[in-house]
Design a protein around this ligand. Structure first.
Ligand code: AQP
Length: 333
């Protein structure tokens, strides 16, 4: 059955292995399935919920588009564009904000994590970020949303918002209720320095993540320095309880090698972390280095990237523009 796919990545720099294994790798697979209609968005409106440098933002928008293409997304088959070029996203976000109860937003754990202790100083945009995300998804009649595990709660909110809109305005099935596509295993890649913390772009330590633009030497060095524990690698999954760093490294190895954790434990059970790290660095460099080389090549071709984004925005505008006009009619505008 054909799927309508929508997902986004923020152009906030330092795209990393977590973004790749949790989201972009799935985008590539979905893009390969002939019958799917895929839209991959550089969500620059989401990026400004936290202060961005103007010049850097522009580079990051191109770099995110370059990462999609370098990872294997075919821009002739999928729509690639940046969110701020299609007005319907912001307009839809406002409409949906007006019918979303604050109580629903107050439950969002990502806001709590990102706002930190000083919630009063966080932007209102950061607070309503999940509603903009709902608007992004719902404007395209999306059936499936591939994301990392950290976005599960936001997707549940999107489903609730769609259902509430349909009920409030008595327009059954107008907003399609999308399904999340979250991998059952290895859908949350953790920091290389702390197995309990998500690998993230904004972690001040560059050693905490593998960036998709890292060189071979960077990758080898970061894996060498990755935190482990003092026990040998077990052969059984249940012996990994309370060993988050071991779980993370074995999970990364399994995910990048497209194999189960059981198979990885068969390979490394009884061995030391130095053995795992050596092989992990190798599989990572084999996978990431060609992507990294391609990103660096594409990023120099600004004209090519800008053209892809422009064409993508024009196709996206056609779909989202039609939906927002229908939405406004339903409301009574
Ligand atoms: N560590 C992760 N493991 C698995 N998936 C992840 N994703 C992000 N981090 C991990 C998934 O990547 C997609 C794009 O994410 P994003 O860039 O839009 O925003 P984010 O989730 O806020 O990314 P970061 O790295 O955590 O950024 P900062 O540091 O700014 O907060 C999403 O599908 C996400 O699930």
């Amino acid at each position: 059955m054909s799927k309508k796919i929508f997902s986004g990545v923020q152009p906030t720099g330092n795209l990393h292995l977590g973004n790749f294994l949790g989201a972009i790798k799935n985008f590539v697979d979905l893009n390969k399935e002939k019958e799917n209609e895929c839209i991959f968005c550089v969500v620059d409106l989401h990026a400004i919920t936290i202060k961005q440098d103007k010049g850097q933002l522009q580079n990051n928008i191109r770099e995110t588009a370059a990462t999609f293409i370098a990872s294997g997304i075919d821009p002739n088959k999928s729509i690639i564009f940046n969110q701020s070029k299609v007005q319907a996203h912001a307009e839809g976000s406002w409409i949906l904000s007006c019918m979303s109860p604050m109580g629903w937003l107050n439950r969002m754990t990502q806001f709590k994590e990102k706002a930190g202790k000083d919630k009063e100083k966080a932007s209102v945009g950061l607070y309503i970020y999940p509603i903009l995300m709902a608007s992004d998804i719902l404007l395209y009649d999306t059936t499936h949303v591939p994301v990392g595990e950290d976005q599960k709660q936001h997707l549940e909110l999107t489903r609730d918002i769609a259902q509430k809109f349909n009920k409030d305005f008595n327009c059954e099935d107008f907003l399609k209720v999308p399904e999340p596509l979250i991998k059952k295993k290895f859908s949350r890649i953790m920091s290389l320095k702390d197995g309990l913390k998500k690998m993230s772009k904004s972690d001040p330590s560059d050693l905490s993540r593998i960036n998709l633009t890292d060189t071979k030497d960077d990758i080898i060095n970061k894996i060498k320095k990755a935190k482990t524990d003092s026990f040998a690698i077990p052969s059984e999954e249940h012996d990994l309880i309370d060993r988050p760093e071991a779980v993370n490294l074995l999970g990364i190895y399994s995910s990048i090698s497209n194999q189960t954790l059981v198979k990885t434990l068969e390979e490394f059970g009884g061995k030391n972390f130095s053995d795992l790290k050596k092989d992990l660095a190798e599989v990572l460099t084999n996978k990431i280095s060609p992507i990294s080389d391609e990103i660096k090549k594409l990023i120099n071709d600004k004209g090519y990237l800008d053209n892809i984004l422009k064409q993508g925005a024009s196709k996206a505008e056609e779909i989202a523009g039609k939906k927002i006009r229908e939405m406004k009619k339903i409301i009574g505008f």
